[in-house]
Design a protein around this ligand. Structure first.
Ligand code: ADP
Ligand code: MG
Length: 240
């Protein structure tokens, strides 16, 4: 099942007299529960693509379907609700607040929209357990290692039960051991909870954890590499 469908998504910015094309009529589907890595040189449109999928940016033209709704047609209010309920973000810095505890950080998105935390408590406990940080809930973020912080960021994101997780170079600040650990956790969680993950990375090794690699250049998808059944070694390159 496709959770996301982009149809002719076109984006341009007008800074000078001639508009600059940022995304050139992108058509692409993303399946539920799969992990996608977006690669490509700086300026190729990766962040723009992520922001359009997350409903942060509206394209100039095209359709952006997320879980049965065309984001391009939604009001700002509906779009805000959809972002909150269906889209999770993980940033490079993890955007955790250092002088709040693990628990306070994880519940922050829920508290910010003045929702009751009670319905989330069971899921919270099980996430802490599966991420191995159940003993850390009252510890301040600044007291945690980088590896533990990344688990908190994953827990905070998963607590909201998003359909999609968008991550823009999430492993950029991690060493290779923590990078591997992050990808193992994220891919395992995506499969377990049937969440689609789209992550931007410059690192071939990080990308090899994904089910599919999307290469971008000058606002176009140039290649899709779909991982074969035999794992990372068996990458099938298919020209679009
Ligand atoms: P990437 O993430 O692959 O490095 P981006 O999506 O950030 O690429 O940017 C793609 C292009 O769009 C770049 O040339 C960038 O300068 C341009 N761009 C991004 N955001 C804006 C903006 N708000 N206004 C004008 N140009 C922008
Ligand atoms: Mg970028």
């Amino acid at each position: 099942m496709n959770i996301i469908q982009l149809k002719g998504v076109h984006q341009e910015y007008q800074s000078g007299p001639i508009p600059e094309v940022i995304l050139e009529s992108i058509t692409k589907s993303f399946a539920a529960g799969k992990v996608y890595a977006v690669m490509g040189p700086s300026g190729s449109g990766k962040t723009t693509l992520l922001n359009i999928i997350g409903g942060i940016l509206r394209p100039v033209s095209g359709e952006v379907w997320l879980d049965g709704e065309n984001l391009v047609k939604l009001s700002e209010k509906k779009l805000g609700q959809l972002r909150l309920n269906k889209v999770g973000y993980i940033f490079q810095s993890f955007n955790l607040l250092p002088f709040l505890t693990v628990e306070e950080n994880i519940f922050l998105p829920i508290r910010l929209v003045k929702k009751d935390v009670k319905p989330y408590l069971e899921r919270y406990a099980s996430l802490l357990k599966s991420l191995g940080i159940e003993g850390k809930k009252d510890v301040y973020i600044h007291e945690l290692s980088g590896g533990q912080q990344q688990r908190v960021a994953i827990a905070r994101c998963l607590l909201m039960q998003p359909k999609v997780i968008l991550a823009d170079e999430p492993t950029g600040n991690l060493d290779s051991t923590n990078g591997d650990q992050f990808m193992n956790l994220l891919t395992a969680m995506a499969r377990e909870h049937q969440i689609t993950v789209i992550l931007v990375t410059h690192d071939e090794h990080i990308a090899s954890f994904a089910d599919e690699i999307i290469d971008m250049k000058d606002g176009c998808i140039t290649t899709n590499s779909i991982r074969g059944d035999k794992g990372n070694e068996n990458i099938r390159r298919a020209n679009l």
